[in-house]
Ligand binder design. Sequence first.
Ligand SMILES: [Zn+2]
Ligand SMILES: [Zn+2]
Ligand SMILES: [Zn+2]
Length: 285
Amino acid sequence: MNFKKGIIVTWVSIVLNIGLFAIKYWAGIVSHSVALVADAWHTLSDSVSSLAVLLGLKFSNMPADQRHPYGHGRAELIASLIVGILLAVVGFNFLADSIIKFKEQAAFNFKPLAIWVTVISIVVKEAMARYSIYVGKNIHSNSLKADGWHHRSDAISSLVILIGIFIGSKIWWMDSVLGIFVSFMIFYTTYGIMKDTISVLLGENIEKEMKDEIESIGLNIRNNLFLDPHDFKIHHYGNHSELVFHIRLPGDYSLAKAHAIASEYEALIEDKYSLEVTIHIEPVE
Ligand SMILES: [Zn+2]
Ligand SMILES: [Zn+2]
Ligand SMILES: [Zn+2]
């Protein structure tokens, strides 16, 4: 089953985040680094984001039931929203930290231990980002891809902290300015996640290529008979989509004949796309 791959990725993310939390917290205490302890708590909170993805994937794969006849596919979109909101919070925190650092002209004073932990964190987070985005694309999971972008944002913000450690002593404003830049990058990523998710939730129009393809399928059903497909409505429920549209048939056709044409048309479209198709028939005089 495809979604199992997604479940495995989210579990790996959760376990690695808890592991990183433990290392950062320990190193932060040992090296008396407030910044590293704060980063440790952030890393622990990242598990919540992956947990939302995990629950979204599990729910969205539950079969349709009496109360939810269209399945539970949209649960995954809700998970994407949660991931997006958590990422926005990360962006705000990073922006606030960077502005405070700029005002106080403070440079982080990291010990070698803290530097090593930060390097490990960058490598692990970027690996998690690649893994999540790769599998997310593979199983068409927006929430998993979004979580991958969160991992990448974490890697980049740690990289900025690292840059600050090495050149902060020479150019004091460098890491705060980079930090502000990175927080806007995080906001932009959040915007992308939210825009895609909300657009699908609100309901999108049928794509033009699909409409054209459906029109050309219609031309082959009865030679020379123009079915005039129109009024397309498509509803996406995660892994399940419903398509409804109208066709026109001669008014003197028997009900059986008209129904046979509509059924054949529905079947041909369902063969090509994973859709549930319903056709409404109108008579032309
Ligand atoms: Zn994070
Ligand atoms: Zn109509
Ligand atoms: Zn029928």
